[in-house]
Design a protein around this ligand. Sequence first.
Ligand code: S3P
Length: 190
Amino acid sequence: MPSGAQSNPQPNLILAGFMGTGKSALGRQLAKRWRRSFVDTDDLVEKLAGASIADIFAQQGEEHFRALERKVVEELLPETDAIIACGGGLVVQPGMIELVRAKGIVVTLFASVDTILRRTAGNSRRPLLKGEDPEAKIRELMKKREQAYMKAGIAVYTDGRSLQQLCVIVERVYEREARAVLKARSKKAD
Ligand code: S3P
């Protein structure tokens, strides 16, 4: 199991994916197992703005929220040894996939519309799903974003898998990718 507090800095694990795919739950769990710090870009955006996500959307609009997300990625993310959960739309903005991939190993979580609908019901941090037909909104956004999610990172499907199972799967993916990153790093140093 990858652990924290190593002398050799370890690449971040970055979790991307649609709202309700379980990025924060899985990120927290892995952070506990690996003894690493957990960072949620939504928390950093709220801290940076001094306002809640609901208020940022309501008062300044989505564009402003996206600009804050970009600033968080450019300036506030730890360079190594962290597990980072991205807000669902973060990697969808132009240029963000490249920025995010430069910050660590990216895994994109996927879930069915039913699962997403169940997990996102009545959450004020998700103003994009407010309204009469959240299911239609999920389908519409997912269709627009799917390509970006696939391009952003290694896909992991979460339906029918427990948190425990997902930890094991993502751990394996991370270890394989981290080995490749560290090997490339040591080759460069030679
Ligand atoms: C958003 C996802 C949310 C939050 C904001 C916008 C999106 O984060 O950043 O409501 O555009 O998909 P979660 O994916 O953590 O719910």
